[in-house]
Design a protein around this ligand. Structure first.
Ligand SMILES: *Cc1c(COP(=O)(O)O)cnc(C)c1O
Length: 819
């Protein structure tokens, strides 16, 4: 926080009622998640109600940990002997009030960025350019929401000279609260596109709302080439406030781009005809748009063209996301090598904390460059590191040794990255969790390369934030008390079971379910502790249920009897789940088994019936609504007969993803969320509310130009009567790229353009027609993802998204990221 506040001051700012035993206590840190590391005594915990959890539920635990300062809703009455509590009507609004007040105390310029695409990248790039001359605070990752913006403001420290904050809105009415907090001196509107259209009456209204962020800013940077933007901006704001750029003459900066083999040149001509020239490696249109916003902003803040060029030389169009990768020797790597400031380090360390337990927690980092005076930075960093209890810290640079002066132990530093690389083996990294984060010039991505498993050209990227978004979407459709079991069978629908299960655990799901015992055993071995239901357990695995605390589904009288006998002979009790067949006709007790089932239950109290469920056969088919209702009624009927026999009421559940959407009145005690979490809304009613979770991509191996009449691939099925150009991709049906995509049924995206499959899909490769696309070996090809949605693709070859997802082979590396 920019400066510390007494709890009394906080109460005044938030217009809350203070119930305090020590009103002079000072806070300098804010947390909204009980798991965030807190230096307990001077932390302020804001108890908000989220989709997954209610902050007030964590207060007792936090008091135990030594936290003393809380903002709470008026509905909550604290009953603790110690502690300072501020009661407010709406804790989220209080968080925003506090952020607005702290923003006011910051005297340097604040840059506010909004728009549909590119906000985060413009923020990052501008931050990199400016940090050559200023100490820059910027929102970590894409913290741009109603809560993310306040949290970003709390990251501004007194030594920062410039702050860059990004604002994102998804529905009408949200910008007002963000504007009140950010109050940018300099604004950047990136562009306006289709994202979140659904939350607004039309695109113009969305634009107007976004522009309201800039109502009081001194300057606004925008691109004149989007007609709707320039018209509205020039209508709303006085000309002297506007700084425009365009590919056409008439703007403050006219852009021209010269593409060259090695590197491109960007020319920016000012109205007085002076021209600035910049060299860049960036090639694609979106990056070239984003970088101009950053350059124009840097110029406006007085950075010289020469300094900007130095900054550009360091920029790479690399991934700036926090990614989780499989390392050699069972290590897990958290790659954050793009970014290196305190706010980013805090996010990365929190992410690290949420991972599955490993042997050691290791941090590899570099000096913090140009973040402000070392004597400001390193004590803060040291505190952060100490709070996270790391086992080993390896550093590169000349300043990092200062961490030791602030008490950081197990710290080894070298001057150059090469020296670190040379000594890495001595630390015998194995089964460790390793966070790698550093400033660009140190090139710590080399460390990642050395430590990661070799990645075959094809990767499946899983966006953990999208997973959270989808989870919260379903949570909002549910009653507060309804529990959620998440289906992670089949390698979590192809996504990779342990990482996804771990993330689901941190999101606050109540239960996991797998298909087979082995899947459950693997999750336990990877440190997953949520209760796990096994849908189709085999009789050989009875001992494993106990050893790994797995809870089998019992679906037939025979199975019940066998399990009962086994538990009797071993004098054990076991939690089990009953599957009732009401019309799926797959597994489960039918009505005719009820009497027998009741008898078995009565005689076998050692089997603890934890839940009873049924599975819907056609929840996603609106024409089968009567069948589904009948199933649900039968389920109610059958459970009524069983419940009186049970000492404790079990959880009842019936709905899968489609059922949650279509039959909200039948939530019972729990739902079983599957495909929806992974981004596919099978009823089709809410598709735009879900975010795609996975992207399958690969890189072009070779490009060939073929003469008229040439054929491509096995059996000469691919025909090029007029000749053309093809690209070969290293993905085939053995990787899960379905052979039915052969001969134009499927397509991939290269540089945003469709390249249809030509010829038959091979086992490990496929050829695509790129006659109309500029392509070279090494370029990226998207197989599935946001722009290639699964549902229509599946339909094209007569299957369903479930099959495409679960077929992606285990040899395709999974990479997990937070964006
Ligand atoms: C797979 C499965 C689900 C989840 O179904 P989705 O359609 O993916 O939501 C729920 N219950 C059972 C018994 C399942 O096998």
């Amino acid at each position: 926080m920019i400066n510390a506040l007494t709890i009394q001051e906080v109460a005044i700012i938030c217009k809350g009622k203070l119930i305090a035993d020590s009103p002079e206590s000072v806070v300098d840190q804010v947390a909204i998640d009980s798991r965030q590391t807190l230096s307990a005594s001077n932390c302020l915990f804001v108890a908000m109600k989220g989709a997954k959890a209610n902050g007030v539920d964590f207060i007792p635990e936090l008091i135990q940990k030594g936290v003393r300062n809380f903002i709470i809703p008026t509905t909550y009455s604290p009953t603790f002997e110690r502690g300072n509590f501020i009661q407010v009507d709406d804790p989220r609004a209080a968080l925003q009030d506090l952020a607005a007040a702290l923003r006011n105390r910051f005297e340097g310029p604040v840059i506010g960025i909004t728009g549909s695409n590119g906000k985060t990248i413009v923020k990052e790039w501008l931050g990199q350019l400016l940090s050559q001359e200023f100490s820059v605070a910027k929102s970590p990752k894409s913290y741009n929401s109603q809560v993310g913006v306040p949290l970003s403001v709390f990251e501004i420290k007194s030594f920062h000279q410039v702050a860059i904050l990004e604002a994102g809105i998804s529905k009408a009415g949200e910008m007002a609260s963000l504007e009140r907090i950010i109050r940018p001196d300099l604004g950047i509107l990136t562009n306006i596109g289709s994202a979140h259209d659904a939350g607004f009456s039309d695109r113009l209204n969305k634009l107007r709302e976004k522009l309201s962020l800039f109502q009081d800013s001194k300057f606004l940077i925008y691109c004149k080439d989007q007609g709707i933007v320039s018209k509205e901006v020039e209508y709303l704001f006085p000309a002297e406030k506007l700084i425009s750029w365009s590919d056409q003459p008439g703007a403050d900066y006219t852009r021209a781009i010269k593409f060259k083999e090695e590197e491109n040149r960007i020319l920016l001509m000012k109205k007085d005809l002076t021209t600035l020239t910049f060299r860049t490696q960036l090639r694609d249109a979106a990056s070239l748009e984003n970088i101009i916003h950053a350059i124009v902003a840097a110029l406006t803040l007085g950075l010289s063209a020469q300094k900007i060029q130095q900054g550009l030389d360091q920029l790479r169009p690399v991934d700036m996301r926090l990614t989780l990768k499989a390392g050699l020797k069972d290590c897990i790597l958290i790659d954050d090598t793009y970014n290196h400031d305190l706010a980013g380090l805090r996010v990365a360390l929190d992410f690290m904390k949420q991972q599955r337990p490993k042997r050691r927690k290791i941090l590899i980092l570099s000096d913090f460059l140009q973040q402000g005076k070392p004597e400001w930075i390193y004590p803060e960093a040291a505190q952060l590191i100490q709070n996270h209890q790391l086992d080993l810290i390896l550093g590169v640079g000349t300043e990092l040794s200062q961490l030791a002066e602030s008490g950081v132990q197990n710290l080894y530093t070298w001057e150059r990255t090469e020296d670190l690389l040379a000594h890495l083996r001595e630390f015998q990294l194995e089964n460790d969790l390793i966070l790698i984060t550093g400033a660009r010039p140190f090139g710590l991505e080399k460390v990642v390369q050395q430590l990661q498993q070799r990645v075959h050209g094809t990767t499946l990227e899983i966006n953990l934030n999208a997973l959270t978004h989808n989870f919260n979407f379903y949570k909002r459709l549910l009653k507060e008390e309804t529990k959620v079991m998440v289906m992670v069978k089949a390698f979590a629908y192809g996504g990779g079971a342990p990482e996804i299960a771990n993330h689901i655990q941190t999101m606050g799901a109540d239960y996991l379910a797998v298909a087979f015992t082995d899947e459950g055993v693997a999750l336990r071995q990877q440190g997953i502790h949520l209760p796990i239901m096994v849908l189709n357990p085999s009789e050989e695995s009875f001992a494993s249920f106990l050893e790994y605390q797995l809870e089998p589904v019992v679906f037939s009288p025979e199975f019940f009897e066998n399990l009962a006998n086994w538990t009797n002979t071993h004098s054990e009790t076991m939690k089990i789940h009953l599957d009732l067949d009401t019309g799926m006709h797959r597994l489960g007790f039918e009505k005719q088994h009820l009497e027998e089932l009741k008898k078995l239950i009565h005689e076998n109290q050692q089997l603890k019936i934890t839940s009873i469920f049924t599975h819907l056969a056609a929840a996603d088919e609106s024409e089968e609504i009567n069948y589904t209702i009948q199933q649900l009624q039968d389920f109610e009927q059958m459970t009524k007969e069983i419940l009186p026999l049970l000492p404790q009421k079990p959880l009842l559940h019936a709905l899968n993803s489609a059922g949650i959407v279509a039959f909200p009145d039948f939530q019972f005690d729990m739902v079983r969320l599957g495909i929806g979490l992974y981004g596919v809304e099978v009823t089709g009613n809410y598709s735009s509310d879900l975010l795609p979770v996975s992207q399958l991509k690969t890189t072009v191996s070779q490009v060939k130009t073929l003469p008229a009449g040439a054929t491509v691939g096995y059996s000469r099925r691919g025909k090029l009567p007029k000749g053309g150009k093809i690209a070969t991709l290293p993905i085939g049906y053995a990787d899960g790229y379905d052979r039915r995509f052969s001969n134009g049924k499927g397509y991939v995206l290269i540089h945003g353009k469709k390249a249809p499959v030509i010829g038959n899909v091979c086992m490990d490769m496929v050829m695509v027609d790129v006659s109309d696309i500029e392509v070279e070996a090494g370029d990226e090809a998207i197989i599935y993802g946001a722009e290639i949605p699964l549902a229509p693709l599946a339909k094209e070859i007569g299957t369903i998204p479930y099959e495409l997802l679960t077929h992606i082979s285990s040899r395709v590396k999974r990479i997990y990221f937070l964006d």
